[in-house]
Ligand binder design. Structure first.
Ligand SMILES: [Cu+2]
Length: 166
């Protein structure tokens, strides 16, 4: 009787082990899946998630945002960070200007860390605090390959990606 129970427990833990390893395997695949969003229709809202509890973990959940050119786009920027020192924004900029816009941003806290006169800024979101979501809308530029960053001080080097309109 005891043996049977032990065998049962053994069998169950083996099954549980293989089950959980399968789970983590598929989870890894999900994380590694292509991060580009597919083209969207006008009036769709694109959700972009910023996360990470510190300066090395902070990230956007997408590396490439691909959308139609010259359309009104609504972005929902979600801040899933759990650390209050991690506010974020998202700033869409002209090609090759991510570093310049990012570096200039820290002087403009009152304008969400974006220089209001910066001609390289296409659009920028308000700053979103942790556990909050901000929505903002803008018209996408002509067909091209642009960039996006978080211009919160110290973030733009890590939090950046490609913004493609087609
Ligand atoms: Cu940020």
């Amino acid at each position: 009787m005891k043996y049977t129970i032990i065998l049962c427990i053994l069998a169950m833990s083996l099954w549980a082990c293989s089950g959980s390893s399968n789970e983590s395997h598929s989870q890894t695949e999900t994380t590694a899946a292509p991060v580009a969003t597919t083209p969207i229709n006008e009036n769709d809202t694109i959700e972009i998630i910023a996360s990470g509890a510190n300066m090395t973990e902070m990230r956007f959940n997408i590396k490439t945002l691909k959308v139609p050119a010259n359309k009104i786009l609504t972005i929902a920027l979600v801040n899933e960070s759990t650390d209050a020192t991690m506010p974020h924004n998202i700033v869409f900029v002209q090609p090759g200007t991510a570093n310049d816009v990012g570096q200039a941003g820290y002087k403009f806290e009152d304008n969400g860390y974006v220089n209001p006169d910066d001609i390289n800024v296409i659009a920028s979101s308000p700053v979103v605090q942790i556990n909050e979501t901000v929505y903002f809308q803008f018209t996408t530029p002509d067909v091209g390959e642009y960039e996006f960053i978080c211009s919160y001080p110290g973030h733009w080097g890590r939090m950046k990606g490609n913004f493609i309109t087609e």
